[in-house]
Design a binder for this molecule. Structure first.
Ligand code: ZN
Length: 143
């Protein structure tokens, strides 16, 4: 089960809808790891139409600030401009790094993609390194 609050969905949609570069988002939870109710733009070092590079130091600052407010960092998603709904090899490496860096039972890892102008989230619940992306259940959430 996964719920993304309307507030989070609206924020993500507003940021990806007309963007010509990829955007990243940090996902947070207050009550349950199955309810994503907090979101922040991921600080980036660089972004283009087909890649982004996270600023790890600034990202950690946000995650620490969230922890002080009892918000648990629980996932990451980024947009793919052009509608590709598959995770790239680089995406999978980044997911592996996240799963191994945080002491969480799992993380939500996903994409914001558009299909014929309709944006949706494709989120996966990743438990461990070397996760098999193809056999892990997808949660598809319309924005
Ligand atoms: Zn990607």
């Amino acid at each position: 089960m996964l719920t993304v609050t309307d507030e989070v969905k609206t924020f993500i949609k507003s940021m990806v809808y007309s963007s010509v570069v990829e955007r990243g988002f940090l996902l947070g939870c207050r009550e349950s790891i199955h309810v994503i109710d907090t979101v922040s733009i991921a600080p980036l070092k660089e972004a283009d139409a087909d890649y982004l590079i996270i600023d790890a130091d600034l990202t950690n600052t946000i995650i620490r600030k969230w922890a002080e407010e009892d918000i648990l960092f629980c996932g990451f998603l980024h947009s793919h401009i052009g509608g590709c709904s598959e995770f790239s090899a680089e995406d999978k490496r980044f997911a592996d790094m996240l799963v191994s860096s945080f002491e969480l039972p799992f993380i939500w890892f996903g994409l914001a993609v558009s299909n014929c102008g309709k944006w949706y989230l494709r989120l996966k619940k990743l438990f461990k390194r070397a996760e098999d992306y193809d056999s892990t259940q997808d949660f598809l959430i319309a924005l």
